[in-house]
Design a protein around this ligand. Structure first.
Ligand SMILES: [Zn+2]
Length: 212
């Protein structure tokens, strides 16, 4: 629960990493947000402390690697936009429908949106190619893309699409941004669906086909 990339504490002392390695641990996840780490063509004001954060991330990734532990950035991306975010004035196509609580879902339908995702991930992996990959909770934990947790799609641009298509537009842009600089890195996309009964199509407690 700390902003560990912004302080100078070494959270991974050698003795600790040594113990983890002997327990068979070979991966670490470290929570990040794109807007903290990446300035893009569309979000020039983002990433204010990105140099410091990326340096700490790189230092952590390198240190863990000495013990055979790969570092994965863990994120819930793309984040829904704050309704007052000035980026949306210039690029309204990046916003989908309102979330109902002062935010807009991130709409991955446009070239702008996909380039934003590509640049965000690409710049992070370019700065820290030692990363093992990215674990993304693509749906269900917080508001992200136009596909919502209960399967409803109220964005006018996305409403005619199948749920998987919306996920694919978002994830493939991130995947490409990562693999163009780190071909061996892994993208793990997790759909967090703690209430499977909300996705029932026939049999109770089975997930809808599109999930797979
Ligand atoms: Zn949309």
């Amino acid at each position: 629960m700390r902003d560990e990339l912004m302080d100078n504490v070494d959270y991974y002392p050698d003795q600790y990493l040594n113990r983890l390695a002997h327990e068979g641990v070979n991966g670490l996840w470290l929570t990040v947000e794109f807007r903290d780490l990446a300035k893009t063509s569309y979000t020039p004001d983002a990433g204010k402390n990105s140099e410091k954060r990326l340096a700490k991330l790189k230092q952590t990734a390198e240190k863990c690697l000495r013990y055979g532990i790969r570092t994965y950035i863990f994120c819930i991306e793309p984040r829904a936009w704050d309704a007052s975010n000035p980026v949306l004035k210039n690029y309204p196509e990046m916003a989908g429908a309102s979330t109902g609580d002062g935010h807009y879902y991130f709409c991955p339908d446009s070239e702008t949106s996909r380039k934003y995702l590509y640049e965000s991930v690409n710049s992070i992996f370019k700065a820290v190619p030692e990363l093992g990959g990215m674990i993304n909770i693509s749906l269900g934990e917080r508001a992200t893309i136009c596909l919502t947790e209960d399967g409803q799609i109220s964005c006018p641009r996305c409403s005619h699409k199948a749920p998987w298509e919306i996920l694919n537009e978002s994830l493939s842009a991130m995947e490409q941004g990562m693999h163009d600089v780190a071909p061996e890195a892994e993208l793990i996309s997790w759909l967090y669906m703690p209430q499977p009964q909300r996705f029932v199509t026939g049999d109770s407690y089975s997930l809808a086909d599109w999930v797979y």
